[in-house]
Design a protein around this ligand. Structure first.
Ligand SMILES: Nc1ncnc2c1ncn2[C@@H]1O[C@H](COP(=O)(O)OP(=O)(O)O)[C@@H](O)[C@H]1O
Ligand SMILES: [Mg+2]
Length: 444
């Protein structure tokens, strides 16, 4: 059994490197047909491996299954290893050599997180909103007020920030929304704020000093400004200090900044008032989100479904994103499938090793992913080749999906209609998010 485990481990590692090679290959536009063929072979092999691993994992749940697998797995694995070796050799022939992410062109990514959420659909958070407003109301015209909202990914920080941003109290304020992301770029942040404050696409200013001057000029013209810095990951105090000094206020203008971050340390570092830890939603609220997304109310079997649904909602541990994506997945599922989601072994994977809930949440997202139909999985997995926060153009994405053969052929819908519906589904599950810029251009 030990050997089998080792082999399995090795297999998993191979799978990971295959995935890397695959995304590498797919990242370039492939117009060479032999290379395309290679990619398709690799893709097929990868699916087989992950099926095999899934099989193995689910079968070890039962003892009999484990016994049976012990015998058949090693054989299968050997064959698979050989197949991969051959594919890897071919790989070299097509010279799809690895390339690092860093030399990819960085595209502008003013992503408007949670931007399309209709306010009426937001469950709870009224008190939380008041908390933030209270912390902001203490601000004066002397120093910029920084109010961080921190908490787990998906718990609803950006959504809350959006509620604050849209609050009538700030209607007359100059408002700015910056999606900061994992790549911290002070110049980009500065330029984004400048263009939103001046309400025009101004030319990018290249040196930090001039950015600072221009920002101070603009802020001095305003009476009140509300700036949201969404999704801050930068930890270095020196960088955070620079950010703060960039937003220091000129006389006569009140500047308020709301920062969202996952990291408590960052929250403490940047805040000028007490940082706000966003609490998780109650199980009841998660259930509300889930029933909304699963169109639970419209189902005939809702009485039977409810206790199961509530059980699943509990497992979301108060994370909105988990409730939302699972709800969406469950919409098209039968009673039996709801039940199997409830008892799925993914829920247990995490709890045994980690006391914090973050792993379990990942479990719920992994589950949503696993439950997607296969074609949607490929389309979504393909998006992983873009850096976080990257703006994808819908039409281009659909073209790429079609070219890579990811779409499930249909006699009723054209590829184009299918692509649109895939995108809708991914948006509804929050696996993709709308971008402000796309909305403006009408190219969503
Ligand atoms: N209170 C809520 N009610 C309903 N949906 C919510 C709520 N809070 C967040 N969501 C949804 O959950 C997802 C994750 O929320 P988001 O604010 O982006 O989380 P975070 O910024 O903490 O990572 C979003 O799709 C959002 O629309
Ligand atoms: Mg966010």
């Amino acid at each position: 059994h030990k050997n089998l485990k080792k082999d399995l481990q090795k297999m998993k590692m191979t799978l990971e490197s295959v995935e890397a090679a695959l995304s590498d290959a797919e990242r370039r536009s492939i117009n060479d047909s032999s290379a395309l063929l290679w990619v398709n072979r690799l893709k097929a092999a990868m699916y087989d491996i992950s099926d095999m691993l899934d099989d193995f994992e689910s079968d070890t749940q039962s003892r009999v299954g484990a016994m049976r697998k012990k015998i058949s797995m090693p054989d299968k694995m050997k064959k698979m290893q050989k197949r991969l070796q051959k594919i890897t050799e071919d790989h070299q022939n097509y010279r799809l050599l690895p390339e690092t992410r860093s030399n990819e062109p960085q595209l502008p990514d003013i992503r408007e997180n949670a931007g399309t959420m209709v306010e009426a659909e937001i469950i709870g958070r009224a008190e939380e909103k008041l908390e933030i407003l209270a912390r902001l109301s203490g601000s004066t015209t002397e120093h910029t007020t920084f109010v961080p909202i921190w908490g787990l990914g998906g718990i609803g920080k950006s959504t809350l920030a959006r509620l604050v941003y849209n609050h009538p109290e700030f209607e007359k304020h100059s408002r700015v929304w910056v999606y900061v992301s994992q790549i911290f770029d002070l110049k980009k942040i500065g330029n984004t704020i400048i263009s939103q404050l001046s309400r025009q696409q101004s030319q990018q200013i290249l040196d930090l000093h001039s950015i600072n001057i221009r920002l101070q000029e603009l802020l001095a013209e305003k009476k009140n400004a509300l700036i949201i810095l969404d999704d801050l990951w930068e930890k270095r105090p020196s960088q955070l200090e620079e950010l703060k000094s960039m937003l220091k206020q000129s006389k006569g203008c009140k500047v308020m900044v709301v920062v969202t971050t996952r990291d408590e340390g960052i929250a403490n570092e940047i805040s000028t008032v007490q940082p706000y830890k966003l609490p998780q939603l109650s199980d009841e609220m998660c259930w509300e989100i889930m029933s909304q997304k699963s169109k639970f109310e419209t189902r005939d079997d809702k009485e039977r479904l409810e206790p199961i649904g509530r059980d699943i909602a509990k497992k979301c541990k108060g994370v909105a994103l988990a409730a939302q994506s699972l709800g969406h997945i469950l919409r098209s599922k039968s009673y039996g499938e709801w039940n199997s989601v409830r008892t799925n072994h993914i829920w247990n994977l995490s709890t045994s090793t980690d006391a914090s809930s973050s792993h379990e949440v990942l479990g719920s997202l992994l589950l949503s992913y696993n439950l997607m139909p296969p074609y949607l999985k490929s389309c979504f997995a393909y998006c992983a080749i873009f850096p976080k926060g990257h703006i994808m153009i819908k039409d281009e994405l659909i073209h790429q999906w079609i070219a890579l053969g990811f779409m499930e052929p249909s006699s009723i819908f054209s590829y184009w209609q299918l692509g649109e519906s895939y995108i809708m589904q991914l948006l509804e599950m929050s696996f993709l998010q709308h971008s402000k810029r796309l909305l403006l251009n009408g190219t969503t």
